[in-house]
Design a protein around this ligand. Structure first.
Ligand code: HEC
Length: 218
């Protein structure tokens, strides 16, 4: 141990005598252990560069480039997935300042096409756990998953659309988030479909069109 301490003190002295104290000034160029970190052979975006004939470091898109993200049209306004916008977050700024609230209503226009898309995505991503009827009795209950949210629970029926959007995006309690698998437009489509499922449970037989009531009561 004595030798170790002596060697350590000598080593420290050697390092300090060669490299100097931290922050000490010197006219000599700094020691560069990994010079490739300091000098990188790369072009900075939006800067002039002699390498290309047009002297721009940024290159135009090659023909037939496929964009990674398509904007979602909210009314006439294009919104990209990376934008901090209620259609991407399910949240709006609330009162008091700094607070956020869930978006109350689905911002996408409710169309038959949106509902059909919602049913499609629901059957892929939600049905295995929540069941076709949304009552939480999906096939995963047979494999040990016991507490699955019943989407007809009045507490969930009363949630604003933005809160369900939040649950799909980030998950809640035992449920994981599906942001990576379901893009925002499809999340709103699923929400529209979940609302349709809830409505179908809440409705009474009297609300069925008169010509179909007989078939229903059979
Ligand atoms: C892997 C199984 C699984 C899948 C797939 C799944 N969920 Fe869930 N979900 C759960 C579980 C489990 C809960 C209950 C979470 C808890 O309270 O612990 C839940 C709860 C919920 C809730 C209620 C949240 C609350 O406030 O209590 C909603 C709404 C919901 N899920 C919607 C969806 C939708 C929409 C999809 C499809 C995009 C989906 N879930 C896919 C397992 C799943």
């Amino acid at each position: 141990m004595r030798y170790f301490l002596a060697a350590f003190v000598l080593l420290c002295l050697a390092v300090v005598s060669i490299a100097g104290f931290r922050g000490s000034l010197s006219r000599r160029p700094p020691l560069e252990l990994f010079s490739d970190m300091d000098r990188q052979p790369k072009l900075r975006p939006q800067s002039a560069n002699e390498f290309f004939a047009d002297r721009f470091s940024s290159r135009p898109h090659p023909a037939n480039t496929v964009p990674r993200a398509e904007p979602l049209l909210v009314g006439a306004q294009p919104v990209y997935p990376f934008e901090d916008h209620p259609v991407n977050t399910g949240m709006v700024a609330g009162t008091p300042p700094g607070a956020t609230n869930f978006v109350e209503l689905n911002p996408l226009p409710l169309t038959a096409e949106l509902l059909a898309r919602g049913q499609h995505i629901f059957s892929i991503h939600c049905l295995p756990c929540h069941g076709a009827a949304g009552d939480g009795k999906g096939v995963t209950t047979k494999y040990g998953m016991t507490v699955i949210g019943n989407l007809h629970d009045p507490r969930i029926v009363r949630q604003p659309d933005g809160e369900i959007f939040h649950v799909i995006t980030h998950g809640r309690n035992l449920m994981q988030g599906y942001a990576a698998a379901i893009e925002p437009r499809d999340r709103w489509a699923v929400i529209a479909y979940v609302r349709a499922l809830q409505l179908s449970h809440l409705a009474s037989a009297d609300e069925v069109p008169a010509d179909q009531q007989a078939a229903l009561r059979k």
